[in-house]
Design a protein around this ligand. Sequence first.
Ligand SMILES: Cc1cc2nc3c(=O)[nH]c(=O)nc-3n(C[C@H](O)[C@H](O)[C@H](O)COP(=O)(O)O)c2cc1C
Length: 344
Amino acid sequence: MYTHLRDLLFKLDAETSHEFSLDLIGAAERLQLLKFFMSDIPPNPVEVMGITFPNPVGLAAGLDKNGDYFNALGLMGFGFVEIGTITPRPQAGNPKPRLFRIPEAQAIINRMGFNNKGVDHLIAQVKQRRYKGILGINIGKNATTPVEKAADDYVICMQKVYAHADYITVNVSSPNTQGLRDLQFGDSLNRLLETIKIEQAKLQVLHGRYVPVAVKIAPDMDSEAVSHVAQTLLAQDIDGVIATNTTIGREGVETFQTSEETGGLSGFPVRDKSTRVIRALYAELGDKLPIIGVGGITDGESAAEKIKAGAKLVQIYSGFIYRGPALIGEAARAIVDLKNINSL
Ligand SMILES: Cc1cc2nc3c(=O)[nH]c(=O)nc-3n(C[C@H](O)[C@H](O)[C@H](O)COP(=O)(O)O)c2cc1C
């Protein structure tokens, strides 16, 4: 059923089809039709960052930036849903067109630029939460905030989302906000995470609840940079790492004209890059700090590959656009099968 619907939706331009699909999912929830799109998910509870996830396949950030659709998305079988990236103030993002599909490569290029309605809107949505599952909230900085003041934006967002999030993701890896990715390197990362940990400790006392913080990183790093990130995350006692965001590389799509568009590339072409980063992280972190694997999961095998590389949970975005809800069950089953083989 999804394939037919997708063929129709893909006739629209990418961003219109994206918005229309989310509206459809929202309407299907209200009309109680979502069960027809539900994937068959085997239960496979996993404990990560002190949270029990009902299954290890989550929705990655960026699809529901404002928290307008997570009640519906959460009913589709995901073990967790991450909303955002949200910034302190609303912002329009980059001029359109800014979202491009390359179906032949199961890929997407986007330069959305954190278009979002601001953290206060997201909080208003989350306060009316019907979804009972695990909710991650991904935070970032406004485009107009100088990168030297980025920590202020993360702190504002943390203060607002803390009471409502099961975990918080600090996004320092989107390629479409100038200077953002510099926060992943050198002393900038250390200083940012220090500020975030101080804020987390204050908020823990204020709310009487510890909300874990994960950091989301880019795939475009050599092994030395991955090692530096891993050591900084450990030193700062961060709770988890999400690897990876989209890539600025164009390997695997060079032959398509769309590859000339500026932005982050996701989907099948980022699969290996992301898995390499996960493997390199796991070599440094072992089981001391959990990895959430994301990037190019388009079938069961690519989901299991992330777990084999060291991830405890996975997330999907582009694969969900191309394959629909069936991918959630396929990924979840492949991870259960892997667990069964390993326990033989
Ligand atoms: C259109 C689009 C928008 C995205 N927006 C965000 C975002 O706001 N924050 C974020 O952390 N990641 C964002 N991402 C990255 C995804 O969460 C994910 O890390 C990346 O696409 C790799 O996974 P995939 O290959 O399954 O898509 C976005 C991806 C796409 C395709």
